[in-house]
Design a protein around this ligand. Sequence first.
Ligand code: CDT
Length: 307
Amino acid sequence: MSRRFVAAAAQLGPIQREDSRASVVARMLALVEQARRRDVRFLVFPELALTTFFPRWYFEREEELDAFYERAIPNADVAPLFEAAKAAGIGFHLGYAELSETGAGVVRHNTAILVSPDGEIALKYRKVHLPGHREHEPQFPFQHLEKRYFTRGDLGFPVADFLGGKAGILICNDRRWPEAFRCLGLQGVELVAIGYNTPQHYPRAPEHDRLQDFHNHLSLQAGAYQNGTYVIGAAKAGLEGGCELIGGSCVVAPTGELLAVAATRGDELVAAEIDLDRCAEIKANIFNFKLHRQPQEYGRLVEGTGQ
Ligand code: CDT
């Protein structure tokens, strides 16, 4: 299998609270069709791609919350996406809210999967770094209740053989944590898919609002370079539920260079040709882990959260 192919972020513009799954999937199908025409083999949809970014609201009633979660994937709503991607020979990444019934009750995760071009789920990841807060904070213009609505991921940071290389997933806030990227890098990852919903306005430190796009690319590019991997970042962007989300979806090379960047905050295909063999330029040289890492000095990294 050739390790050189076109990969793309499938950026989604805003999804409003009243938008149906069917209307979102229709928009995704339009992006799959664009991707097919551009010979894309790997397509990355955003975090929680099937609904609006619901943690911005405080819900008192469980039923209201449940409406945003998937009890199984694939399901009838997303079946057309799985079928279209398979017909086009495209592998894809999909982020969604996952609801599992366990012996201990309902468990909710912020989850993403890689689906291979033959329609099989090749990798599943549950978000580890859940940002925001647990309690209602009505003094802010919108909420970020991921700590309330999700349980921390319990699958670690897995990688899978995918499209002739090693692929992994991080979800939104994970991209800001070098430890998360390194856990993938240590397994030889060559392609990392990352969906995100990042508000332009950060109510706790509004002086950083102007830096949101910069911090996004800084994190994605550093993660790529320091681990010698391609990174594809896919935003849900634009004015959603009264909250502006950044765009900036991109394809990043293992050198940390941006190969393609979104020009809008709407539905947009952001594509670039990638060659997984190029990861070795970094992995065999400046970040040759075997030669240069000093793990005996890194114990503090796993001793606690830090100050
Ligand atoms: N979805 C997500 O993880 N968003 C966060 C916002 C942080 S502000 C509470 C991010 O890191 O982009």
